[in-house]
Structures are given as structure tokens and as C-alpha cells.
Design a protein around this ligand. Structure first.
Ligand SMILES: *Cc1c(COP(=O)(O)O)cnc(C)c1O
Length: 381
């Protein structure tokens, strides 16, 4: 079906997320040198503004990498070959921790959760008990492949009291700005994040924060690009070890300004409202959510019902209405539709996504009352 005039593409996928004009325009000045006082001040200001978003006592660091780079940095700086670690694998991104741990020679005990479910603190403790001297536990805050929010705070607190020497590492790449993170207070030792998820900017920057005790416990292993001690010493003065992606740091500076202007608590509350509204819309359209509870406020995952083709729905949303949703990966291909409301998303953006979904479902023959999804979301808001 041909697209109507004047319809632009809009992103409703869980990364990259929409970029506000102010953030986009912040990188127009291309006369900045990354070894200059101007840039050091800009860079250090970004690190400082990340601090309350991580809830860290120490300075979060900025790396030139996609989110996976920060995951790798966590692995190479906090473990050594032969270390025993636990990985909570609730989907594609949990699997990434598992692959990383294996690639770097760790002895990995994996807790695998069925798709759409979250592991609990009991399973984490049971897995740690199987090891002689567990060095670290790795998990996601939000498993983006299924739309499940893990009970990371509860897991962290339980693990911290049962295994006080075990480092707790959380991939919050699709969770920061959507779900609360107070890593020091929650007893979390390392949090990683990425620019293209909650931060309203393009991919290319990764963030990592370590607790004070994690900084005292850096492992002995060979490392080079992601040497966090080297980065920390430089970044405390605004100097990255390698050339900074200057334009991305300019974007970040503006994005963080927007977040702090709104207030991080207001941003978190908005994600919670949008998550609830999206779930209400899904039910009102006669559809079901894919996760069995533990719903994410960063994205809503719809179980594609019998009689509908998930891939066709995703294609139709894009081709006819310019709405870029995400489907499922691997065994979830065609079975789920992922609708992200992460980052710089207003209530009008959210309703736009729901309306595009309604029009597409109608076009493909799904029967429900037109406007029921949008109406339910509006009433919820
Ligand atoms: C997006 C994402 C990543 C990182 O992916 P990159 O493509 O390397 O940026 C890691 N973990 C989670 C949970 C994610 O959502």
C-alpha cells in the first residue's frame, strides 16, 4: 500500500530513539578540538551530569563505543580469566553477558529464564551457591528483547547480603532514564548505559560507572582500549584517553541539559505513565502483552495473536505509516511486536505510535473498535 503524502518516518524501536532538534543542532559547531580547555570543560560537565542518573558516588565515564563496548569494559576490568561468575540470561542481551564472560575466559554459571519471564533473587542466590568463590554477577535492568524489567534492586540487595564479596554488574542500557537507578544506594557495583536509548541521541557513546568498592577491586588482566583506570585518571580532568567523538559529546551535553531541566524524577515518572498507558492501549485493542508481568516502562511488547503475521504488521507500520517498530529476534521472530517509549518521548509521540498501530491492525483485518487503544491511553494519561 502506498504511503500517504507528508508522512515522515518516526522511531518507536528500542534504540535508536527520537532525537530532539535542540540535541541535533548542538553539534553544528565543528571547530572544537578535543585537546582544548573548552572541550575538557564540556566533557567533564557531561560526566558530572550523568552522576545523578546513575546514582553513583563516583564519576561515570564516557566511552566511544556502542553499549556493548561498555559491557566489554565491565567484563575486562572487573574479571580475570578463570574467575567464577553468574549470568542472569533472560533473553538476547543476557546471552550477550554470557558470550562476553566466556570470550574472556570466565567460568560461567548461567540462569536462563524462559522468554518473557524475569529471574528472581532466589535463582540468583542458588546459582551463586554452586560456585566456590563467585567474583561477579551480571544481569540486565531491562531485557530489551522481550520487554521485561528485571527486579534488579531486589536481586542486588539479596546478593549483597548473601555474598558480600560478589560484584554486582547491571546492564541498564535500555533502562536508564526509564526506571530508577541509584547504584550506590541499591548496592550495585557497576552500571553500563548507551547514548541511543534513554538519552535522546544517536548511537556511538557508552557510559559506565563503578562503585567505590569496584574501583578498589579492578582485576589483573591485560587490557588496552577499555582500560578504565586510565580513563578515570584522564576523565576526572575532562580528558578521554583516545580521541573523543566530539560531535556526540556536544549532543550529549544538550541532551543532559534537557533531562536536568525537566528533572530526572519527572522523566522517570513520565516513563512510568507512558508504560501504563501503552499497556492499557494494548488491552483495549484486544491484544495481549508478551511478558508475564515485570512489565518494562521503556518498551511494551505485544504478543502477536493467531491470525496476524507479526512481520507483515511491522512492515505495514513502516511502509504505510512511517512508524518504525521492532519485531522479535530468533525464535520470537514474527511472534512479538516491540513498541518503545524510551527517551525523549512526549504523550503526543506515544499516542502517535498507538494510532499508527490501530490503523495498521485495521488494514490487516484485526477486529476491534477504532480509537479504543488511543482512548484507553488518553484516559490512562
Ligand atoms: C541496546 C542494548 C545493548 C547494547 O547494544 P549496542 O548495539 O551495543 O548499543 C545492550 N543491552 C541492552 C539491554 C540493550 O537494550
Amino acid at each position: 500500500m502506498k504511503r500517504e503524502p507528508f508522512i515522515n518516518n518516526r522511531l518507536f524501536c528500542p534504540g535508536p530513539t527520537p532525537v530532539p532538534d535542540r540535541v541535533k543542532h548542538a553539534a553544528l559547531d565543528t571547530s572544537l578540538y578535543h585537546r582544548s580547555d573548552d572541550f575538557y570543560a564540556l566533557f567533564l560537565d557531561c560526566c558530572n551530569k550523568l552522576k545523578p542518573i546513575f546514582g553513583s558516588d563516583t564519576l561515570p565515564l564516557i566511552l566511544a563505543a556502542s553499549g556493548t563496548g561498555a559491557m566489554e569494559a565491565a567484563m575486562v576490568n572487573l574479571t580475570a580469566a578463570g574467575d567464577e561468575v553468574v549470568v542472569l540470561n533472560a533473553g538476547k542481551f543476557g546471552e550477550r553477558w554470557e558470550k562476553l564472560a566466556k570470550a574472556y575466559g570466565c567460568n560461567v554459571e548461567v540462569v536462563r529464564s524462559p522468554a518473557g519471564e524475569a529471574p528472581g533473587s532466589d535463582e540468583a542466590v542458588a546459582a551463586l551457591k554452586k560456585l566456590k568463590s563467585p567474583r561477579a554477577i551480571f544481569m540486565q535492568a531491562n531485557e530489551t528483547s522481550t520487554g521485561v524489567r528485571l527486579p534488579y534492586e531486589d536481586i542486588a540487595q539479596t546478593v549483597r547480603s548473601a555474598f558480600p564479596h560478589c560484584l554486582i554488574v547491571v546492564d541498564a542500557i535500555s533502562s536508564l532514564c526509564a526506571h530508577p537507578m541509584k547504584m550506590e544506594k541499591m548496592g550495585i557495583d557497576c552500571v553500563v548505559a548507551g547514548s541511543q536509548k534513554g538519552f535522546g541521541m544517536a548511537p556511538g557513546l557508552a557510559f559506565i560507572a563503578l562503585s567505590s568498592r569496584a574501583w578498589k577491586s579492578i582485576s589483573k588482566r591485560e587490557r588496552f582500549y577499555f582500560d578504565l583506570e586510565r580513563e578515570r585518571k584522564g576523565q576526572e580532568k575532562g580528558r578521554s584517553a583516545w580521541t573523543s567523538p566530539i560531535s556526540l559529546v556536544q549532543n550529549l551535553s544538550e541532551a543532559l541539559l534537557l533531562i536536568h531541566e525537566a528533572g530526572i524524577d519527572a522523566v522517570l515518572a513520565q516513563h512510568a505513565r507512558h508504560g501504563a498507558a501503552a499497556r492499557a492501549a494494548v488491552h483495549a485493542m484486544g491484544l495481549k502483552l508478551f511478558p508475564k508481568g515485570h512489565y518494562s516502562d521503556a518498551l511494551t511488547t505485544v504478543a502477536v495473536p493467531q491470525g496476524l503475521d507479526g512481520q507483515a504488521l511491522q512492515n505495514h507500520l513502516k511502509s504505510r505509516y512511517g512508524a518504525v517498530f521492532a519485531g522479535g529476534q530468533d525464535e520470537l521472530k514474527g511472534k512479538i511486536l516491540r513498541f518503545a517509549h524510551l527517551g525523549f518521548v512526549s504523550r503526543f509521540d506515544l499516542l502517535d505510535g498507538i494510532a499508527a498501530l490501530e490503523f495498521s491492525l485495521k488494514d490487516l483485518g484485526w477486529r476491534f473498535e477504532t480509537g479504543s487503544g488511543v482512548g484507553a491511553a488518553m484516559r490512562s494519561l
